[in-house]
Unconditional design. Structure first.
Lengths: 398, 271
């Protein structure tokens, strides 16, 4: 057929395409109902799609009666009110029940016609077969559910890992009052590198550890576990803090590309005081709260662990008296930021003095203060460990 | 934030008049009452609000734990009305909110002196001799419908739900969004609503209650309305010649007339 013939043929077809045919043979089902939903007019395409005869529907069935039970609820609670409220509803996904009982997934567009007084007269709906689309959507729903499940699994994993790195409850120690707190960064969806620990050596000394492995996530968590458990071995011998840190340094150099900061505090009970030995490997210096004196940072800065082959560590020896508190913390505290402002040492010292009323009060108060400082959304992990020497009148272990 | 702000409360009517509270059902928001609530404004203090998770309610107020049962929604009502000092009021609840209202009358005696249940259901799922109108697979299918309808929408429409003022072109869509809720919330509310069983609670409702039943309701059929009527201590039953589950939209005149007649018979105005 040449071009001219095609144009002539198209015109002829157009002339033949009267309104009735346009309606009956449209590429979608048409359905008109009363405002109450009773079917008053339906086209051939709809009948073909659903398998009903015209006389089964017109004046006999309502739109809702053509829907699946679930679709009926959706119709009554969403589609119907929308149609009445807005005069139209677009791309509503429903399932129709065919004459043979099978289901037909459809998309429905509908308009509500009103008379000049605003009273509803008729609802006109166009019904599209959405079988293929619906199976595609089911794939999407499945994919979304899978994504949600794997996210839930990931969160569980994070929580589980965290419990490996952070011991649950502080020990009950005669003469000491111990409290600790940990708050992961942001919403806690990622494992952080902060950790702390407490354990007793064979000779009865108590060891308190706090540290921070660089980085976050599962890989950092592996190293954190390595550091924590290595320390439990190397720190077992008393009086050897520098040696313990040296061994840990060696372990990290050999087995990991990450470095860490660690503060190691040994406490040995004596008749009237506790002897404290402290070593800080690249870690923020602990704070000493002593009744009647301003808070003071104790210890001396020294090398990180796992960074250099020849680190030097220092050791500080001091006596703790009844009422004294040592606060160990990670840089999530002092480097907390509000805009350009850091939380900092001064704010920490002032807040610690304010909350100095037992280890639990101190640790909880500080955690609250630091989180508030960051408007409730800390950008880094926060770990706090407070150890207070009880007054002699206090009952041990309470 | 006050409970009133959280629930997007709207006040109208006589400032010191007796209080009438309108609560919407599953699916939409307080605008479901737009043809009915104004008709009480000449003699009542009219209060409409959005259930948590719906319409203009504060999204932060939705708590998946608290709102995992109708009790949580009833506590919301008690908290809201308690904050506003509401007592001896009329509670008008549509669909699931008629059960929320029933629970609220039990939780807070004195807060409501009359209850109007519009298209209530004590339980949607059939059980033994009880006809609720649906089977469990039917309800599973509803949840599926919700998923299907939110698929195309959830991403694209989210800015509207969040109320994005930078995109005025979405204004028209916003007008059409009153039946649209956060998909996760809608799903949970659907589960809470359609799996609820409040049959045992009805006998504990002591306030005079009007049961408004539509003659042709695909969600809460006549048998369900009659069940509710019979289970209540003090009920008045009105069968409306109306199609559908939402007479507040499809038959507002008849709905107003029925509530009016109910209140006129028993309304006690404070002197």
């Amino acid at each position: 057929m040449n071009g001219e013939g095609a144009v002539t043929g198209f015109r002829a077809a157009l002339l033949e395409d009267d309104a009735e045919q346009l309606y009956d043979r449209a590429p979608c089902g048409y359905l008109s109902t009363t405002p109450d939903g009773m079917v008053v007019k339906v086209n051939q395409t709809f009948l073909t799609l659903t398998g009903y005869r015209r006389e089964d529907l017109v004046g006999r069935r309502t739109f809702v009666q053509l829907l699946s039970p679930g679709g009926r609820i959706y119709h009554e609670t969403h589609y119907g009110p929308m149609l009445r409220g807005e005069g139209k509803a677009a791309a509503i996904a429903l399932e129709m029940v065919r004459a043979d009982g099978s289901r037909l997934p459809v998309l429905v567009n509908a308009v509500l016609e009103r008379d000049s007084g605003g009273a509803p007269i008729v609802v006109r709906a166009a019904v599209f077969d959405a079988t293929d689309r619906r199976s595609y959507e089911r794939e999407l729903v499945r994919a979304r559910l899978q994504a949600e499940e794997s996210e839930a699994r990931a969160s569980t994993l994070v929580r589980t890992l965290q419990t490996v790195l952070i011991p649950p409850e502080p020990p009950i120690i005669d003469g000491l009052d111990v409290a600790a707190a940990y708050r992961p960064a942001h919403t806690g969806q990622e494992v952080g590198g902060d950790f702390y620990d407490y354990f007793q050596t064979a000779t009865g000394d108590w060891v308190f550890v706090i540290g921070d492995v660089c980085g976050k996530g599962a890989e950092a968590a592996v190293v954190t576990a390595l550091v924590r458990h290595s320390l439990r071995v190397v720190a077992l011998r008393p009086h050897q803090l520098q040696e313990a840190l040296g061994t840990l340094n060696e372990v990290l150099l050999r087995h990991s590309e990450r470095f860490a900061t660690v503060a190691l505090l040994y406490l040995r009970p004596g008749p009237a005081r506790w002897r404290a030995m402290l070593s800080c490997a690249g870690h923020p210096l602990p704070l000493l709260l002593r009744p009647g004196q301003p808070p003071a940072f104790i210890g001396a800065a020294s090398s990180l662990v796992g960074a250099m082959t020849d680190p030097s560590f220092t050791e500080t020896d001091l006596a703790l008296l009844p009422g004294d508190t040592v606060l160990l913390y990670t840089d999530g505290v002092t480097e907390a930021r509000k805009g350009r402002e850091f939380y900092g040492d001064d704010r920490l010292a002032a807040a610690a003095e304010r909350y100095d009323g037992g280890a639990t009060t101190l640790v909880r108060g500080l955690l609250h203060d630091v989180v508030e400082f960051q408007a409730g959304d800390p950008r880094d992990d926060i770990a706090l460990l407070g150890v207070r020497v009880k007054d002699s009148l206090e009952h041990p272990g309470v | 934030m006050s409970a009133a702000a959280r629930h997007n409360v709207t006040f109208s009517g006589v400032p010191h008049g007796p209080v009438i509270v309108f609560a919407h059902g599953f699916g939409c928001d307080q605008r479901m009452w737009r043809h009915v609530a104004p008709r009480f404004a000449d003699r009542f203090r009219v209060l409409t609000f959005d259930n948590m998770g719906a319409g203009g309610a504060d999204p932060a107020g939705y708590d998946p734990v608290r709102h995992d049962s109708l009790d949580g929604y009833a506590e919301d009502v008690v908290q809201l009305c308690g904050e506003l000092g509401v007592h001896d009021a009329v509670f008008v609840g549509h669909s699931v909110s008629s059960m929320i209202g029933a629970l609220a009358t039990i939780k807070a005696p004195g807060m409501f002196s009359r209850l109007v249940m519009v298209s209530p259901s004590a339980r949607f799922i059939d059980e033994g001799d009880y006809v609720g109108g649906f089977t469990e697979p039917d309800i599973a299918e509803l949840l599926d419908s919700l998923d299907s309808n939110y698929l195309g929408w959830s991403g694209a429409m989210a800015p509207v739900i969040m109320g994005n003022p930078d995109r005025p072109e979405l204004g028209e869509e916003l007008a059409a969004s009153f039946c649209r809720t956060d998909p996760a919330v809608a799903r949970q509310f659907a589960r809470v609503t359609f799996l609820a069983d409040n049959r045992a609670d009805l006998s504990e409702v002591s306030v005079p209650t009007l049961v408004l039943q539509c003659s042709d309701d695909a969600i809460a059929p006549v048998a369900v309305g009659e069940y509710v009527r019979d289970a209540l201590q003090d009920s008045t039953y009105v069968l409306l010649e109306a199609t559908g589950h939402c007479p507040n939209l499809s038959a507002p005149e008849a709905t107003v007339a029925a509530i009016d007649a109910f209140l006129a018979g028993k309304l006690v105005l404070s002197q």
